[in-house]
Write a protein that binds this ligand. Sequence first.
Ligand SMILES: Nc1nc2c(ncn2[C@@H]2O[C@H](COP(=O)(O)OP(=O)(O)O)[C@@H](O)[C@H]2O)c(=O)[nH]1
Ligand SMILES: [Mg+2]
Length: 382
Amino acid sequence: MKMKKYTAPSIAEAMKLVRSELGDDAVIINSKVVVTKKLFGLVRHKNFEVLAGVDRIDSKPSSRFPDLQANTEFIKPTELPQQTKVHIDDSFTNELKSEISDLKLMLQSMQRDAKLSELPEEILLFIDYLKRQELDDELITAISDELFVHHQNSESPLSNQIMEKIAKGVLIKKLAELPLGGLSYRKKYINVLGPTGVGKTTTIAKMAARCVLEKKKKIGFITTDTYRIAAIEQLKTYANLLQAPVEVVYNANDYQQAIEKFANLDLVFIDTAGRNYKEARYINDLKKIINFNEEVESYLVLSLTSKESDMEAIIKQFNEFAIGKFIFTKVDETNSIGTMYNLMIKYNKGLAYYTNGQEVPEDIEEANLDNLLELFFQGEFK
Ligand SMILES: Nc1nc2c(ncn2[C@@H]2O[C@H](COP(=O)(O)OP(=O)(O)O)[C@@H](O)[C@H]2O)c(=O)[nH]1
Ligand SMILES: [Mg+2]
């Protein structure tokens, strides 16, 4: 069997290449979508990679489907080596299953390609906006399918407003079940976790200021970030402004004492050291110091300027802390905020706040369905 790999921007083009070189008898052995990123990930190219093969009279049977090949007219059964008797075991069945599911995917993506080519300019532009926001392909497909249905049932072009409404409808379905909103005030200790430099301390200052100014709560701070003097000073500066006490905690003993000192406070914010999240040691250190009992509400802070794959690694790393909700920072520093929605949906986690600037206490928003949907469509459509 002669086999060759073909890469093209669409299934149709890949198939054209296959046919032109291998002829009409060519069979598809495997196919997949390959995404390549250029310009630091700003431009994403989707290509289809198809592995095709064709039998030739002089070819030796491949070990892949020897029985099937034995029945083709190209090979005389007498030419078959003895040991090619097939054993239909689990691995073969599994391989077959995965081939079938690959074919299914290929068919779906061909149908989608065909659908897309029928769509008018305004819808394609809208889909392009979703892509630029780096929304997951799965979500984009769900939205495109809805747009397609509306397009078929509508005589006039869909306006941006209508398309936005349709897309929001799809996002609402995915987000509606997730917990959205800030501090519950049901737990006394607010534990803020996350990697270095994402904005944990700044976000704590923003949340704490709201508690004091709007809810008139008596608050205090604990910091386990003893790694850098500047980090302690930063928290103390905010605490002084709010006239709230700070305890610097080096070990479990200090932590216990701080808790006793803060017995009469309503809320205690715990700022943690943002060391390299890849070090398991850091996670263990934290577990040793902080007493994660039912009085603690934990948030994971992620910056939208980070790569999505890195954020996923962080989420997995921090998962054992029973993270209630995410906090996304630096919304103001990016033009693509799809990541926020992708991660919430993928990890089935809600959102407490998103922050959009360095100013304390202004630059923070408590998340709700309305502002999340508005935020997604704040960018320019062209
Ligand atoms: N542009 C922008 N900068 C932010 C935001 N939140 C925090 N920062 C900045 O990010 C830097 C690191 O913040 P910090 O709170 O010290 O991070 P930590 O190491 O996680 O505690 C500081 O310069 C903050 O002013 C935000 O929402 N937008
Ligand atoms: Mg800090």
